[in-house]
Design a protein around this ligand. Sequence first.
Ligand code: SF4
Ligand code: SF4
Length: 175
Amino acid sequence: MIRVSKPKSLSSSWYLYGILSGMGLTFKKMIKNLFNQKDMPTLNYPEEKYNYGPRFKGNHVLTVKKDGSLRCTACMLCATNCPAQCIKIKASEHEDPTVEKHAINYEIDILRCVFCGFCEEACPVDAIRMGPEWQTPGLNGSEFTYDIKKLAYRAQLKGGIQSKVDEKERHQHGI
Ligand code: SF4
Ligand code: SF4
């Protein structure tokens, strides 16, 4: 049998004391913050936003080739490595016989994504990256399924981000 001994002091047996001391501390901090707003360790979101470091893994970006088409080769490595299984890719033959296949549909269910970055790590051609954007607002479920239009050509990307593979080729050929 476990015996619980009775608190000896009045301050530890009278619970109102704890409540009042907690409220007092909150009030003290509130007054301090009101008169020293510059020292407050909080941001006034959405007017003020936190600047994350360059390695931050936020919303996904599908990169493009120099001609603006998707870099993705539909190899499925990202979807295979995704622990949340939230990437769906539909591949098709390419009209160019030198290209084996390409993605005609690429979707990420962002509500299931855990932002682990495995897709980015698995991609052999820098076709998927995780960028600095982290805000993912939406009004209904369908707005959280990101398609090619959103992943590669959303307004914030200003026409698309070129894959490093293509940039390297351009330097090699002196273009
Ligand atoms: S970040 Fe992780 S969970 Fe999200 S799509 Fe990529 S692999 Fe899947
Ligand atoms: S994004 Fe990269 S890993 Fe995923 S299917 Fe396309 S080429 Fe393969």
